[in-house]
Design a binder for this molecule. Structure first.
Ligand code: EPZ
Length: 436
């Protein structure tokens, strides 16, 4: 079965370049079909969630060119009003952005309910509340489709009950060509919300306030074409920063926006790492055992829920007791069971994990329970003594491009294998590398 084989113990060292942000690229690709003109999007990560969304927009008539691995040219002129439903659409969370973009473009959208990582209930009531406030009729119809339709969308004043990235983005897309003005209060402030707004504004939208909790949208009649480059992936960068710390390494992560990484940098410094920032890179150096700390996930600019497993892996190796509180998704500690197989001392009580640091992990056979936890467990395996086999890596491939290759470039012993023979060859090579 396809999995990663890892030999732990090598400190990561060197330089690694970060790709475009998956969670910015998904809404930007969904929004690209709102124009009837060609839209060029660069720095799109080559990961399976993106390929699934591209498949979905092609299925409803978008013309998609893919001149190089990270660039798409999309023309939404012939996008139909058809229901959006296929196996790939149902697998990814990001397909719900097609509700906002199609409703905004055609005033009707029918989309299969979103899938995505099983990290909690993940309701879409705030999306629906926003669409209704703009005048849409929204209902569920068999077989599990959301249908939203309106004769006319009219700007409105919407107060979000919870801070939601997805709902903020979906409401922006639905409102961008509505009549009149829309105000979204208690909006999400994540960098990918800002990126989507910058993208839409480059297509002629009139949106202000992105990055604050009040977003104001003045409806425009149409969106034109544009050329746009996606921001670097804050979570991919953070994953490498914490991998450097967990393996007591020295890694420079390039092509980043250090401002987006500030809360991660602050935590790494707090536990004893050295972090050096330049205009577009961060270098993380850890050459000793780190200290414990407490952390609570919060909407941006707080500590991101998508980095919660990665910091727990690090704290599992730190001196003392750490408490990690998950306040965004209720089911995001499934990886703790896997981590204890590697020798961690951690238990979950409600929405907190209590972690007593141990001096080292040992390799084990483990399963990735979701995307971010899967990547974090790879980090644990890299820091562990001995070999690990990591299964269910399709989760990791949803959001990390060339993850094993990038880690290998930093000196890690990791390979993706699909048979006993491939595993044997990889292990031989690891042994040779260590001896050699
Ligand atoms: C996005 O999910 C990301 N996904 C997630 O990344 C990320 O963890 C999350 O934002 C938080 O930053 C994508 O961008 C595709 P939310 P989303 O709406 O939009 C509640 C990854 O690994 N809520 O901000 O689904 C919800 O239950 C993924 O890349 C409602 O109650 O997250 C949660 O508690 C995993 N009603 C909180 O809000 C709603 O209508 C935040 O969710 C919507 C959300």
């Amino acid at each position: 079965m396809e999995h990663y084989v890892v030999k732990g113990g090598n400190p990561l060292s060197g330089e690694i370049e970060i790709g475009g942000a998956k969670n910015a690229a998904l809404p930007i690709l969904a929004a690209s079909i709102m124009s009837d003109k060609p839209v060029t999007i660069e720095n799109v990560p080559d990961v399976s969630d993106i390929r699934a969304l591209i498949g979905a927009i092609e299925e409803i008539g978008a013309s998609v060119q893919h001149p190089d691995r990270h660039t798409y040219v999309i023309n939404g002129e012939n996008v139909r009003r058809d229901p959006v439903d296929s196996e790939s659409v149902r697998k990814i969370r990001g397909s719900y952005y097609l509700i906002g973009s199609l409703l905004g473009k055609h005033k009707v959208a029918e989309v299969a309910l979103p899938g995505g990582c099983n990290i909690g209930l993940r309701p879409i009531d705030q999306h629906i509340k926003g669409f209704r406030a703009l005048g849409a009729d929204v209902r569920m119809i068999p077989p599990g489709h959301v249908i939203a339709e309106a004769d006319e969308l009219i700007g409105s004043h919407i107060y979000m009950d919870v801070v939601s990235v997805g709902a903020t983005i979906n409401i922006i897309m639905a409102a961008v060509m509505a009549k009149g003005n829309t105000i979204i209060e208690n909006a999400a402030k994540e960098p990918h919300v800002v990126d989507l707004v910058n993208f839409l504004n480059s297509m002629g939208a009139r949106i202000r306030g992105a990055g604050t909790d009040v977003i104001r949208i003045r409806g425009v009649e149409r969106l034109h074409g544009t050329e746009y480059s996606i921001i670097p992936d804050q979570i991919e960068a953070g994953t490498f920063m914490f991998a450097a710390a967990a393996t007591k390494g020295d890694v420079t992560i390039t092509g980043v926006i250090p401002k987006h990484l500030e809360c991660l940098t602050a935590k790494l410094i707090e536990v004893g790492c050295e972090v050096m920032e330049s205009d577009d890179s961060v270098r993380v150096v850890a050459n000793k055992r780190l200290e414990h700390t407490n952390v609570k996930t919060l909407p941006y600019p707080g500590f991101p829920t998508d980095m919660q497993p990665q910091i727990s892996i690090l704290l599992g190796l730190s001196r003392g007791t750490s408490i990690v509180t998950e306040s965004i998704f209720e089911n995001r500690f499934k990886y703790i069971d896997e981590l204890t197989k590697m020798g961690a001392s951690a238990r979950v009580e409600g929405n907190t994990a209590i972690i007593e640091g141990v001096s080292g992990y040992t390799g084990a056979n483990i399963k990735a329970p979701d995307l971010r936890a899967g990547a974090a467990l790879v980090t644990a395996a890299l820091a562990a003594n001995g070999y690990s086999d990591i299964y269910d890596i399709h989760y990791i491939e949803r959001g990390y491009e060339d993850f094993p290759e990038k880690l290998r470039a930093l000196g890690a012993c990791i390979a993706k294998v699909n048979s006993a023979e491939e595993e044997r060859r990889a292990v031989n090579e690891f042994n040779f590398r260590v001896v050699g």
